[in-house]
Design a protein around this ligand. Structure first.
Ligand SMILES: *[C@@H]1O[C@H](CO)[C@@H](O)[C@H](O)[C@H]1NC(C)=O
Ligand SMILES: *[C@@H]1O[C@H](CO)[C@@H](O)[C@H](O)[C@H]1NC(C)=O
Ligand SMILES: *[C@@H]1O[C@H](CO)[C@@H](O)[C@H](O)[C@H]1NC(C)=O
Length: 183
């Protein structure tokens, strides 16, 4: 770091602290891709981001379940951060979703992710699932940055879903975290 850069860095940190106290859109959803491996098991009726208001992007997913009830669900979550291409970052974990609903403390990190989804979805109950999985108007909550203090950048979160003994599909969510360096 050169001396010339130094004051700018300090200045940036001040901005970051300021933004954390008076935060607006630190998180921004950028893109989403949904894939079901076999139509006989599931189909995506909806998989999109929509602008809900100024700077506010909502996530909409409707996965139609073609074989119910779903008795076991395992979710594999991997976070990537864009450096020179996307590289694994911070966590890569496997969660037994049915077990999670019985004992949330078992997966503290997944609980943070779930916390961001639960108000906007119909998955808030224990297994089995005998209905479509729907997420509507989900927005990223800036309070999440306090729980997961990640640096500014572009991220990709991959969800791989295994249900009733086979891998069924995957979701890729792209998001930007902007702590205000370049505003
Ligand atoms: C994440 O962990 C799984 C094993 O649980 C492994 O198969 C996979 O390659 C890992 N992915 C990355 C990107 O490290
Ligand atoms: C979910 O709803 C509860 C109660 O309405 C609220 O306190 C909480 O902040 C909401 N969480 C998110 C992530 O929006
Ligand atoms: C579902 O949501 C309600 C209200 O937000 C909460 O009281 C309940 O514990 C949740 N159930 C599960 C299984 O998470």
């Amino acid at each position: 770091m050169t001396l010339k850069n130094h004051p700018f860095k300090v200045f940036s940190y001040v901005i970051v602290i300021f933004l954390l106290c008076h935060s607006e859109a630190l998180f921004k959803l950028k893109n989403i891709k949904c894939t079901c491996y076999e139509k006989s098991y599931c189909e995506f009726k909806r998989c999109e981001l929509k602008v809900l208001g100024r700077g506010l992007v909502g996530l909409f997913v409707h996965a139609q379940a073609n074989q119910v009830p779903i008795n076991s669900v395992t979710c594999h979550l991997t976070l990537f951060k864009r450096f020179n291409g996307y590289k694994p970052f911070l966590f890569n974990m496997t969660v037994d979703v049915c077990y999670f609903f019985k004992n949330k403390k078992r997966y503290p990190f997944f609980d943070i992710v779930y916390d961001g989804i639960k108000n906007f979805s119909n998955v808030n109950h224990t297994c089995p699932f005998n209905h479509d999985i729907i997420v509507e108007r989900m927005v990223l909550n800036d309070k999440m940055i306090a729980k997961v203090p990640v640096p500014s950048g572009f991220y990709r979160l991959n969800f791989y879903v295994r249900a009733d003994g086979a891998w069924r599909g995957e979701l890729e969510v792209y998001a930007e975290v902007n702590l205000g360096y370049d505003r």
